[in-house]
Design a protein around this ligand. Structure first.
Ligand code: GLP
Length: 242
């Protein structure tokens, strides 16, 4: 695992966008795994800038997002589908048909949605570069700490600390969806290259355990230590406990 510490959030976002742009230069038909949350927001803004400057094109790129809240309408401003359109897809030349999120409207369709998502990733040839954020409890995607982790895309009940952390995007904690569909740990670990982003002091504990601790289901990001090509890009505050 390669760890890169940069000064602040701005530098982190620029560097993250540069990694994505570099991968795109090498392969214009890149299969890109994407994350939501506050951390990658400026990376997306920077990628939009690079597109506007004609430095990159997303015309042949296919994307697969890590996760989506279960049963949330796509038009709901809290959905990750909405987030991706607002922060990225609507501002670049990506083909909407090439963008994927594990969205599911009805309980009856969960199984079908999850297995179809895995098949779509597989028929795209697998994920070339997966961008990850990091939960304060060490989750990646929505793979929450627990006695075991699931391998493939699945329905998950969110941990209390995740509901609390994500409640800042909602009017009240009661409005945060309690369930989500997420890529599994195997789906993530099969990506050819992984770029984990973490910024700010709140992430320092999870970063330290993920990088230096034992590999444990109690901290899903620790599994990245087993990946062949994972880069951890963090700012000085997130690196505070290293
Ligand atoms: C969310 C998402 C993750 C994200 C993480 C960190 O719950 N499911 O994919 O990486 O939490 O979010 P943030 O970047 O807002 O701290």
């Amino acid at each position: 695992m390669l760890t890169i510490v940069v000064k602040d959030y701005r530098e982190l976002s620029e560097k993250a966008a540069a990694v994505v742009a570099g991968a795109l230069k090498g392969n214009p038909a890149l299969v890109l795994g994407l994350a939501t949350g506050s951390t990658p927001e400026s990376m997306y803004a920077r990628l939009v800038d690079l597109y506007r400057q004609n430095t990159v094109s997303f015309a042949r790129v296919r994307t697969f997002n890590l996760d989506e809240y279960a049963y949330i309408p796509a038009g709901n401003p809290q959905s990750y589908t909405y987030y991706m359109k607002k922060n990225f897809f609507d501002h670049v030349d990506i083909n909407p048909a090439y963008t994927h999120l594990p969205a599911c409207g009805r309980k009856e369709d969960v199984k079908k949605t999850c297995s179809a998502y895995e098949s779509e990733i597989e028929s795209a040839g697998g994920i070339d570069l997966q961008v990850l954020g990091l939960g304060v409890n060490g989750h990646i995607g929505f793979n929450e700490p627990g006695p075991h982790l699931q391998v493939k895309t699945h329905l998950v009940t969110l941990a209390e600390e995740t509901v609390e952390a994500n409640s800042r995007f909602f009017d009240s904690p009661g409005q945060v969806p309690r369930q989500a569909i997420t890529m599994g740990m195997g789906t993530i670990m099969q990506a050819k290259k992984i770029l984990l982003l973490a910024s700010g002091r709140a992430k320092a504990g999870a970063v330290e355990k993920a990088l230096n601790g034992r590999v444990t289901t109690a901290l899903p990001a620790s599994f990245l230590q087993l990946h062949r090509d994972a880069t951890v890009l963090i700012d000085e505050e997130a690196a505070n406990l290293l």
